[in-house]
Design a protein around this ligand. Structure first.
Ligand code: HMG
Ligand code: MG
Length: 315
């Protein structure tokens, strides 16, 4: 059966904005996150504490976390939407590749972090300048320290289906690295279709292989990019397999600067439209969310690629 409730892990401010050519002003990012929270999203991935030369779009991570902690309500940096305070239960995870990143996040009072590995050697090299096993070795002390500090830790695994350099990725390879990431102590593992090539049968096959290897749906999330228009169908396949945490990005923003041919994530609005129709609870107000994506699209100077955003905003 399908889950009664899905927790949406919103990645627009991180996965979305990391791939925008233009650097969005930090005040706009903070406002974006507040609006997403006001629309009912409870897990909003805010930014990454990575090397600023690798992802210049997120070089303002410190300032952003400060703004979210201490909102400016007066003067030139004032929020345009100060009436939308962050509820205390809103989780703001951030990406940290190494101990340097974790220490930067801890200094800002972050309570939830994510490490991000790859199922393929090519992407591990391109994204982390490491082999797969060297990246796992880099994450081990990060996860251990984060857990010791009482943080919640997510693991991402990229290129779970196809890789732009290596082609289709063998399921066994994905299972091996998944188990290794969970073995480090990650609370949750998000399976990434970084370049959006997966189809529902492949999703079902991977989830079945993981279940066979002792990795049940209760520890998994799915992270689909929509390059080939399959993200929603893939999500449905995952829901039928018991997955109840789904990553999505408001307005379908997104991509990955180190994976050619990656486009935006599954749009949160498209996901909510489907879940609403299935009677699956999310707590998200689709009207407020769509208005937020229309507002962000105006900042970025181009319309949202989400079909649901377009349909609801042209009524
Ligand atoms: P490296 O060049 O091998 O780094 O990069 P290093 O460990 O050799 O250190 C070199 C210098 O960088 C040192 O400075 C470090 O201090 C500094 P120096 O001593 O030379 O002056 N440094 C840092 N500075 C600030 N913050 C840090 C940090 N770490 C080192 N955290 C590294 C290795 C991992 C740092 C680099 O490859 C990197 O930052 N990669 C991040 C790439 C990235 O963010 N990609 C996008 C996110 S992944 C994604 O989008 C996929 C996902 O959505 C799922 C999916 O769709 O599949 C999650
Ligand atoms: Mg991604």
């Amino acid at each position: 059966g399908l889950p009664a409730r899905v927790r949406i892990h919103e990645v627009g401010p991180r996965d979305g904005l990391q791939n925008e050519r233009a650097v969005v002003p930090v005040e706009v990012k903070a406002d974006f996150i507040r609006r997403l929270a006001a629309a009912g999203l409870t897990t909003i991935e805010a930014t990454s504490f990575v090397h600023p030369k690798w992802v210049p779009q997120l070089a303002d991570a410190e300032r952003l976390m400060e703004l979210l902690r201490d909102p400016i309500t007066e003067g030139p940096g004032a929020l345009t939407n100060p009436a939308a305070p962050l509820a205390p239960d809103v989780r703001l995870p951030v990406l940290v590749p190494n101990e340097r990143g974790l220490d930067r996040a801890l200094a800002l009072g972050v309570r939830e972090v994510a490490v991000f590995g790859s199922a393929t050697e090519s992407f591990a090299k391109a994204n982390l300048n490491r082999t797969v096993d060297e990246s796992l070795a880099m994450f081990a002390p990060v996860v251990a320290k984060a857990k010791a500090e009482g943080l919640r830790v997510r693991g991402y695994l990229s290129m779970c289906f196809g890789d732009p350099w290596e082609g289709p990725v063998p399921v066994d390879q994905v299972v091996r690295v998944s188990r290794a990431l969970l073995g480090l102590g990650c609370d949750e593992l998000s399976l990434g279709d970084t370049i959006g090539v997966a189809t529902p049968g492949h999703v079902t096959a991977l989830l079945a292989a993981l279940a066979g290897a002792g990795v049940g749906a209760d520890r998994l999330a799915v992270h689909f990019h929509d390059t080939y228009g399959q993200a929603l169908a893939n999500t449905y396949a995952a829901l039928r397999h018991g997955i109840a945490v789904v990553d999505a990005s408001a307005g379908g923003l997104g991509g990955c600067p180190y994976a050619k041919s990656a486009t935006g994530n599954l749009a949160t609005e498209d996901l909510v439209w489907m879940l609403d129709g299935l009677g699956i609870e999310t707590g998200v107000d689709l009207g407020l969310l769509t208005a937020t994506s229309v507002w962000m699209a105006a900042h970025l100077g181009r319309p949202s690629p989400s079909r649901t955003v377009r349909a609801l905003s042209h009524k």
